[in-house]
Design a protein around this ligand. Structure first.
Ligand SMILES: NC(=O)c1ccc[n+]([C@@H]2O[C@H](COP(=O)([O-])OP(=O)(O)OC[C@H]3O[C@@H](n4cnc5c(N)ncnc54)[C@H](O)[C@@H]3O)[C@@H](O)[C@H]2O)c1
Length: 362
């Protein structure tokens, strides 16, 4: 069986859109934040490139207090010293976990550390926000999801694009049938970006696109294949091309690279009635809907006429997606709500990434 035909681990038959969540072993009911007058106290672990953005947001959300900063590297801690007065800093995650006043831990550490740290955070009784992707294997992702179920704590994965106002609007257009029946999606996420050693372009960049594709299509793929090459660092793919085929016949293609002369952050959705592009590089008009497609020629049997009508860009809020994501986490803690990108959603993304990696390793 070719890697492309291999079923995704845990999926033997095509699955319809999932609404019910796979249950954890033992579920503990999730309670809302005990005292509405008390701020939700948050600690951020991992202060490298991305963690400071999370710290900045959590420090400035009403009803939320940043109380801990943690990084194993003294240099990383020193860089932030002074930026958050009164916030305690440490190199040990255990210090955060032992603080009875701390409600939640935000993990912005390298991907291979995510699942193990998330499980420790949850089992210490804290809510956990973990950067994408949730884990590097389906087995690890499942363990984290089970830990959330067993402890009744919130597990949210930082699948940032699901909080992007343009993606929210695009999802509405798809669900309202504005594009007609959805045919296919392709994504371009390329630039001369951060060269990573612990994760390849698939895991670093692809987690974003896979989460958006699953969100828009509402199914899990039955076929995943990928090709890629490692040009700069041996064994770490810089460029990856992915193909996903869904039970409904829809397909998605992703071009992921941190070795490219262009900077592109674009997702194109093609439907039977209209097409749409989400282009995050645009300042204005991040979302454009094109009245383009083929109409049957009623005057001649079996002929089609290309329709190239007008295009328009719906008004999109310019709220910062990261801000919306962080606010959503705090709101979920306050109200005992399930996050939009919860552990199950993170697990679905990891399932696809793992299948694509298997194909890549082929
Ligand atoms: N949502 C987004 O758009 C986005 C963008 C960039 C990165 N990320 C994610 O953020 C995470 C971090 O990426 P980065 O680029 O900031 O990485 P980075 O390597 O720059 O920083 C990671 C930091 O974590 C620290 N660290 C590692 N293990 C630790 C541990 N056990 N305890 C305490 N500190 C530890 C390291 O010392 C380092 O400072 C990754 O999961 C990445 O996928 C998300």
């Amino acid at each position: 069986m070719s890697p492309a035909q291999r079923p995704i681990e845990g999926m033997t038959t095509p699955q319809p859109r999932r609404t019910a969540k796979p249950s954890a072993n033992t579920k503990v009911a999730r309670a809302a934040h005990p005292d509405p007058a008390r701020p939700v106290r948050i600690g951020v672990v991992g202060l490298g490139y991305w963690g400071p953005n999370l710290a900045r947001n959590f420090a400035s959300i009403d009803g939320c207090e940043l109380t801990w900063l943690c990084d194993a590297s003294e240099q990383a801690r020193a860089k932030l010293a002074g930026a958050f007065p009164g916030v305690r800093a440490t190199g040990e995650v255990e210090e955060l976990l032992a603080d009875p006043e701390l409600d939640a831990v935000v993990l912005a550490t390298p991907v291979p550390t995510h699942a193990e740290l998330a499980e420790r955070v949850l089992r210490a009784g804290k809510h956990c926000f973990v950067e994408k992707p949730l884990a590097t294997t389906v087995a690890d992702a499942r363990r984290a999801v089970h830990a959330a179920g067993e402890t009744g704590r919130i597990l949210m994965v930082g699948q940032l694009l699901e909080y992007h106002p343009a993606v929210t609007r695009l999802k509405e257009l798809v669900d309202e049938g504005e594009l007609g029946s959805l045919y296919y999606i392709y994504g371009n996420r390329v630039n001369l970006g951060k060269l990573r050693s612990e994760e390849n372009a698939l895991w670093s960049l692809g987690a974003h696109d896979v989460s958006v594709v699953l969100h828009l299509i509402g199914e899990e793929p039955e076929e995943c294949s990928a090709h890629g090459e490692s040009y700069v660092r041996g064994g770490v793919q810089d460029v990856v091309f992915c193909y996903l085929r869904f039970p409904s016949g829809r397909v998605a293609h992703l071009h992921l690279s941190w070795l490219d002369p262009h900077k592109e952050r674009r997702i194109t959705v093609v439907g039977s009635k209209r097409m749409a592009t989400f282009d995050d590089m645009q300042i204005e008009g991040k979302l454009t809907v094109y009245d383009k497609g083929f109409d049957e020629d009623t005057s001649s049997w079996g002929e089609y006429i290309a329709r190239a009508g007008e295009s328009f860009s719906p008004r999109i809020s310019n709220a910062e997606p990261l801000r919306l994501e962080c606010e959503h986490f705090v709101e979920c803690i306050r109200n005992g709500q399930t996050p939009r990108s919860d552990g199950h959603s993170g697990l679905r993304v990891v399932r696809v990434l793992e299948a694509l990696q298997r194909s890549l390793d082929g």
